[in-house]
Ligand binder design. Structure first.
Ligand code: CA
Length: 330
């Protein structure tokens, strides 16, 4: 396999604070011998563990970029034991365009791992993470949110892994993140996720969904900032004790938790996120937006749980994610 063409302007082995770029060669109509310049900050002090922190894996999710941009300005080397690598906008072309996927190649960063050094820009960035950045890391935090099309209760998540010792380390880190909700997550399709690439390399991986709708609130950004600091303390990279608050344990281990729309139309949600629902309770009705006087279609919960995520726009089409009801765990 050829070397990845991305060149970093920071030296990940140097002590101190460095701000720079991951330069991805890109020859486009706007710049023949150009590059995509992905901002990166590395803060290193001695030989402790490494944390790799990312936002905007999907470009329209903002808690990660906001929390990490702030941290790049605030984190001092003498506060760190080890190394913190911050890439606030992982799919930088998508982030700049305010889109989930890259405007250059249509790439969805979280569906192309482990990536390809001979592929498109998105695949090349993924390959750089797989073969250069992830091998340096012990702890990996990837801050997601719902983006423009989804909205979630704020949760930190871990996955069920074959290696139970690694799973326990991931669950401990997600507990330390201490979002208002903590989830064991069943991914609809895990094969090409960044999460899976990190977990396959034995890393402690923390994922989140902290809000959505294509913006960020003061509350959701605070959850991201506090959660990241908590995990860095848990890892021993920052000193201090993680700040603990209540967190409700949930899981979505049944496919019954997820409701996909089979209709096009106008959604009338019957509850707001966070509501406790029982099997059979009405979640939403969808009106045929092409005509009046036609009875709406009812969508009901198939499980007892908490209404945890929804389609964000009020218009929906067949095949769209409508809702997820998470199961409460003792
Ligand atoms: Ca996402």
């Amino acid at each position: 396999m050829r070397d990845n063409p991305i060149k970093s302007t920071v030296d990940f082995d140097l002590n101190g604070v460095q701000h720079g770029f991951l330069k991805v060669p890109y020859s486009g109509d706007d710049s023949g011998w150009g590059a995509v310049m992905i901002p990166v900050t590395v803060v290193k002090n001695g030989e402790g563990p490494t944390a790799l922190l990312t936002g905007a894996n999907h470009g329209d999710e903002y808690e990660g970029p906001i929390a990490l941009w702030g941290m790049t300005n605030e984190l001092r080397a003498d506060a760190v034991n080890g190394r913190v690598i911050m890439i606030p906008a992982m799919n930088y072309p998508a982030f700049k365009a305010g889109k989930r996927t890259s405007p250059i190649d249509g790439g969805n960063m979280n569906r192309v791992f482990p990536g390809d050094p001979n592929g498109n820009i998105t695949q090349i960035i993924a390959d750089y993470f797989s073969r250069t950045l992830l091998p340096m890391a012990d702890y990996v935090i990837d801050i997601h949110s719902g983006g423009k099309t989804m909205e979630f209760l704020p949760f930190g998540a871990a996955h069920i892994l074959d290696d139970k010792e690694q799973q326990a380390r991931c669950v401990a880190a997600v507990d330390a993140f201490n979002a208002p909700y903590t989830l064991m997550l069943l991914e609809p399709d895990a094969t090409h996720l960044y999460d899976t690439a990190a977990e396959n390399q034995g890393k402690v991986f923390v994922s989140t969904e902290l809000g959505g709708g294509g913006s960020a609130s003061a509350t959701s950004v605070k959850i991201a900032k506090r959660g990241i600091a908590n995990v860095l303390m848990h890892a021993g990279i920052l000193s201090g004790e993680p700040e603990r608050g209540p967190s409700v344990n949930l899981d979505t281990m049944s496919s019954e938790c997820f409701i996909t729309s089979e209709h096009c139309g106008l959604i009338d949600m019957c509850n707001d996120l966070g509501t406790e629902v029982k099997e059979g309770d009405l979640i939403a009705v969808i009106h045929d937006a092409g005509r009046t006087g036609s009875a709406p279609v009812e969508y009901r919960s198939k499980v007892d749980g908490i209404f945890m995520g929804r389609h964000f726009p009020c218009l929906i089409k067949s095949g769209d994610f409508l809702a997820v009801i998470a199961l409460t765990v003792e």
